[in-house]
Write a protein that binds this ligand. Structure first.
Ligand SMILES: [Fe+2]
Length: 183
């Protein structure tokens, strides 16, 4: 079974051992995705569902609206992503003298895990016509990182300060757009 409280305790213990240990905890959890749904509920509203927040550990249940994309952003902290429903397509980016440039990709299916280093820049898309859901574990306070976070405009790829409220709005608007053509 999956217990939110136990999972957070396990992440906290793993944090002391390092990123690989956190990855193992997340992989073990999403290996039984139905158990996570039993505990957290069926994903049916897009958003950033905070499960735990402290100065050195943040655990978030990300619910991606159908067909939504989130612009390139960094975290300035290590992260582990574990999919327990649907699919999450990640594009990884690098900064160059000319600006931002795509550098790689990883498409995560239910049960799969990605381990992201401190300096990773990624954008995320849910290519499915249903909600996708993932547990993201950050090695720090996601909402108040020690180093200011950035995001990059989807079209121009211009860098600007990360805006958490704009991020929340992106989830709400994506769901509203989906509902507008499916209700
Ligand atoms: Fe991210």
């Amino acid at each position: 079974m999956f217990s939110k409280d136990q999972f957070i305790d396990d992440c906290r213990l793993a944090l002391d051992e390092g990123q690989a240990a956190v990855r193992e905890v997340v992989a073990s959890a999403v290996g039984n995705p139905d158990e996570i749904v039993k505990e957290l509920g069926t994903p049916e509203n897009a958003g950033i569902d905070l499960l735990h927040r402290s100065s050195d550990l943040t655990v978030i249940n990300f619910i991606w609206s159908p067909y939504m994309t989130l612009l390139p952003h960094n975290h300035n902290m290590a992260a582990v992503i574990g999919l327990y429903n649907g699919r999450e397509d990640n594009i990884f980016w690098k900064t160059t003298d000319q600006g931002l440039e795509a550098a790689g990709a990883d498409s995560l299916s239910t049960g799969q895990v990605a381990s992201l280093g401190h300096n990773i820049i990624h954008s995320v898309a849910n290519p499915l016509g249903k909600f996708s859901a993932a547990i993201h574990v950050y090695s720090g306070d996601f909402f108040e990182p020690d180093e200011p976070r950035s995001e990059w405009d989807h079209e121009t790829l211009q860098q600007r300060p990360w805006d958490v409220e704009a991020t929340r709005t992106a989830f709400r608007e994506a769901e509203a757009r989906f509902n507008a053509v499916n209700t």
